[in-house]
Design a protein around this ligand. Structure first.
Ligand SMILES: C[S@@+](CC[C@H](N)C(=O)[O-])C[C@H]1O[C@@H](n2cnc3c(N)ncnc32)[C@H](O)[C@@H]1O
Length: 347
């Protein structure tokens, strides 16, 4: 017989959720003030007094932050009473290159997403949205930091496995929803014979991308255009189209036209490669850890106007646009990958 759930159990369930929220605040503050980085850099750790002095912070607050972070298992204490970051947490919180880096999320949860949450009550009554491209350059740069570790993995491993020879030879690549352009820069630096076009609805992302492109000396092979995916006008020009964490951001009413535009932009035999989240198809899947990231992304991007598609929606839209030979995969059991081909001979 299933054990009855008590009020005490439910109190603890909610209490632990509060504790999780506060752990994020502690981490975010540790990142913003530099306390976590300073502790990581100090061999053997630091006392709270040394930490406060090093960063010119208010000592009583630093002491309480250290004690709270210790209570929450973010910090450990050495035998001589110095605080250190808990094992491997420096990788997860400070190493922006690591695929398991979550420091950017921690900062965003306590800043942008906390601000967004203030908008939820009104959004729930009026259905209002605050879209990506109205948020400013700082926000666009923050998002490009979030996607950077996953992009590294995709450029370093996933794409070479799928298209290594083609990329080496040199192909024409379209990045739809390129944001600040970092996926293109990684590819352009690894594959000097390829040419790239990045398009995005967000003028701030495109502005960052253009500046960075000329700084990196890539402007002869890389072009960025401030244009929406539903306005793509290319005809059979590209060998590969990419949509990296974009599909769920496309307005539902525009998804078909964006995919049709990608299809037209590709040469026959060209491929579209998508990385995105997938929404559970059934109630049971809502509690399946494989969808954990999708649920969090969906809830935190609600007022961006985003809607994570289910597998059947993704498949139907791609199929309707003309794509065939769909191959689904995943990255780390969390992110969906979809490879779809424009047939060599149109049926
Ligand atoms: C999560 S960001 C990802 C950006 C970039 N691909 C990356 O990996 O950093 C999603 C991007 O999709 C763009 N986007 C959303 N809807 C779009 C549309 N209809 N047309 C073009 N870009 C769009 C947003 O402006 C934003 O830059």
């Amino acid at each position: 017989m299933a054990q009855e759930i008590s009020t005490k159990d439910q109190f603890e369930f909610v209490f632990n959720a509060f504790r999780g929220l506060q752990t994020v605040q502690v981490i975010s503050l540790g990142l913003q003030t530099g306390m976590l980085a300073a502790l990581d850099a100090a061999e053997g750790g630091l006392s709270d007094g040394e930490l406060a002095e090093k960063l010119s912070l208010h000592p009583p607050y630093v002491r309480l932050w250290c004690q709270t972070a210790y209570a929450f298992h973010v910090l450990e204490m050495s035998a001589d009473s110095r605080y250190q970051i808990a094992p491997k947490l420096n990788t997860v919180l400070l190493d922006q290159e690591h695929p398991r880096y979550l420091g950017g999320f921690a900062q965003g949860f306590a800043t942008y997403l906390a601000d967004d949450f203030q908008r939820y009550p009104e959004a729930f009554s009026k259905g209002t949205v605050f879209p990506f491209w109205e948020r400013g350059e700082h926000f666009s740069a923050w998002v490009s930091g979030l996607t950077h570790p996953l992009q590294r993995l995709v450029v370093g491993k996933v794409l070479p496995e799928l298209f290594g020879d083609l990329l080496q030879t040199g192909i024409h690549v379209l990045d739809v929803g390129c944001g600040a352009g970092r996926l293109i820069f990684k590819l352009a630096e690894s594959y000097p014979h390829c040419r790239f076009v990045g398009i995005d609805a967000d003028a701030h992302g495109i502005a960052i991308a253009r500046k960075e492109s000329s700084r990196l000396g890539l402007s002869s092979r890389v072009t960025f255009r401030h244009v929406r995916g539903e306005q793509l006008k290319f005809e059979s020009e590209f060998d590969l189209a990419l949509m990296f964490e974009v599909f769920h951001e496309l307005p539902v009413s525009e998804r078909a036209s964006v995919l049709t535009g990608c299809y037209r932009a590709l040469r026959p035999g060209g491929q579209l490669f998508i990385v995105d989240e997938t929404w559970p198809e059934s109630i049971e899947q809502l509690r399946d850890p494989a969808y954990g990231m999708s649920i969090m992304v969906q809830f935190s991007e609600l007022v961006w106007g985003n809607l994570v598609a289910t597998e059947s929606e993704q498949t139907r839209l791609l199929h309707d646009a003309g794509f065939r030979h769909l191959k689904r995969g995943d990255i780390g059991g969390t992110f969906t990958t979809i490879l779809a081909q424009k047939p060599l001979r149109i049926e």
